[in-house]
Design a protein around this ligand. Structure first.
Ligand SMILES: [Zn+2]
Length: 82
């Protein structure tokens, strides 16, 4: 199993996120209700990669995790990172 973000292998026991799909209802007042009929797609990602992707520590990324730096770059940068 490889991380959907950095494409590096995910080791057993590592803290991971599971990608899910589901259904949400758009509310009249804006926003959406909770995801329903959620199911896992089978894709996984490192916890840290998801955390970076949502902007948690984007500024420190290149300094701390060079292997994971591709996730904040453009698609072109991602290709070059391999
Ligand atoms: Zn990763």
């Amino acid at each position: 199993m490889r991380c959907s973000f950095c494409q590096q292998p995910i080791e057993y026991g590592e803290r991971v996120y599971h990608e899910v799909i589901g259904w949400e209802e758009e509310r009249r007042q804006g926003g959406t209700n909770a995801l329903r009929l959620r199911s896992r797609t089978g894709a996984q990602a490192h916890w840290v990669c998801v955390d970076k992707a949502v902007g948690g520590h984007a500024g420190q990324l290149d300094l701390t995790l060079s292997d994971h730096s591709a996730i904040v770059g453009s698609p072109d940068r991602m290709k070059g990172a391999r």
